[in-house]
Design a protein around this ligand. Sequence first.
Ligand SMILES: Cc1cc2nc3c(=O)[nH]c(=O)nc-3n(C[C@H](O)[C@H](O)[C@H](O)COP(=O)(O)O)c2cc1C
Length: 696
Amino acid sequence: MSSALLPYIDFLRPSLPLGQQQLPPLPQTQGDIAACLALAIALGFWLRKPWDLPDPYQHVYYEKPQLKNGGGSGRTAETRNIAKKLEESSKDLVVFWGSQSGTAEEFANRLARECYSRFGLDSMSADLSDYDPESLSSIPESKIAILILSTYGEGDPSDNAAGFYRYLQHKPSQSLANLQYAAFGLGNSNYQHYNRVVDVVATAIDGLGARALMPVTKADDADGNTEEQFLAWKESVLRLLQKRLDLTEREPVYEPKLQVEEDESLDIIDLHSGEPVSRDDNKSSSAVVSAPVSDAKELFQNSSRNCVHLDVDLSAHPIISYKTGDHIAVWPVNPAEEVDILLGQLGLRDRRHIPIGIKSLDSTKKVPVPTLTSTEALFKHYLEISAAVSADTLASLLQFAPSPTVRSFLGRYVKDRQAYIQLAEENHLTLGRLLRMSAIKGGLSEDGAWANLPLSFVVEVLGALRPRLYSISSSSMLAPRKPAITALVVEKPLRNRPAESIPGLASTYLHKVSVSSRNELCPSLHVAIRKSKFHPPVATKDIIMIGAGTGIAPFRAFLLERARLHAMSRPVGRTILFFGCRDPEEDYIYREELEQAVANLPGAEIVAAFSRIQYPGKTGRGYVQDAVAARGKELSRMIAQQEARVYVCGRAAMSREVAAVLKDALKANEDLEIENHAEWWTSWRRMGGFSEDVWG
Ligand SMILES: Cc1cc2nc3c(=O)[nH]c(=O)nc-3n(C[C@H](O)[C@H](O)[C@H](O)COP(=O)(O)O)c2cc1C
């Protein structure tokens, strides 16, 4: 074993459950040593490309015996045949979800839960990757399938829907004539391929004979109304099912699908106490590891806002690598205050460390979090307790209201949608805070007002904490073991209470970690590397990079890398970076470093646009797309005649405007002799001329 791995193994040992520490015995004799040497040489050849292989130590760290039996990720479905699963579990309806960041998954769970609680219709939600797509053809006519699908990347399916999507694109021969379905798409019209996945899927299954029970409905996140659109669609689906299946609506009834039990006999050392269990089985993600933050700094000056830079040290994980332009997933930790409020309301403050086991009572329901654990770890590390409570969850709390006054307080927001919206805009409406607010309104000010709310209900409605993705801001050539994160610390002001705001969970956590690191407390993060398609072109190509705010993150890496290649006497093409921020004195991040790189790289320049600076002779604002427009003629020539590649990073709306500006510039430049601009643009994009790394 290489000595470089030894500190890592030492680091792992304390976290192993007792009885799991089975390191191999050391070689005793010369024969043993020779055999080990021969084995090591053979392994050396086999492992010529260690970065292509899974981390061999990963399972040692994360696999706990409880996980094998349905706990934790709960990844294994007993059968991959959905028709069989519906039959065995006596379900009448399946809500399939394809989700990248959790919204579609949450919606599917909510719809399936409500079908049962309001109408007694036995329903299940299903991860598309858990079932063979061929098995859809055996779903009998008496059952109904619902599809909730988000679009990601550049019009791509989520990772968990990719297999199903590929299957449909290969034009299968199966008939879906028995399949009755309804579909809901999640997308954002700022993206070029708006809600493409649900459209492609619906067209494909219609082509195979499936029957749509209602028109495909789409939610547009660009308006920020996805939740509202889902609620409206959900009501129409429920009404349709009620009519079609002759269902009677009833007062919502909660039937637990999970069982959460305290077990004081368990040893604390056996518990999951914070390490995440990645549910991402896909090849585009590395294992999740705990990695120290080796350096951290504040990037804003003279500002009330914060933006942090953190270097994550992967030296202890030699198998994990990244490429310039990749993403890093970070598992945040819920704030202690939020954990404490929820524990208090549930009357669990004194029992927070007692071991709990969670098991599924329904073969279609996965345990969404690691088990065994403790209530404190559950709230701190494994559940989305800091997110706003949905109107559906608020409604389902009524049945557990500890007093008639509390019930009528909550009931008002169930009956009056506008009142709920106002409540959510004026308050940080986490579950814990909502419980506390309602208890106080009902005159129940002591802890434990909601002690009768089952913990299984809390686990079911909150859902598992998801990692947050950041574009890596370091170059894998310059810092191969230290991917960097650049994070703007997000705060959403409350309506009518401007002095108060809702802190962004992950960015506030990263800010805290950066402060600890600057105070030399050596904090660690749980991270994984996610492959992206946003990699720089070969250095000889001309590149036009366009980023606003923290959208500059990957371009810092691209630019520093090109400057280094030039210093190594490699040929480097023209390099232009357009950067937009508010004010050079406030949020022009990495300025010195970038200006220095440009000074050392012939043919490189930075074009900065400041939105809060009054430009002489202009009417105020200067956004990055305005700066691009001002250089339109030159850029269109670089793109069409010199094959320059364009890269955009930042908000999707900004990227859409940049694309519009470039299209206009290409049209306006008569020297280019492009005949059909729309066709030219599409094929140029398809060939990788315009790459995006955008969000929201
Ligand atoms: C990186 C990224 C890429 C996206 N790409 C698209 C896209 O190509 N087309 C689209 O309509 N929506 C796109 N969206 C919007 C998502 O579909 C939308 O936010 C959705 O609500 C996410 O659902 P999910 O959490 O279930 O994955 C994208 C969002 C992100 C963050």
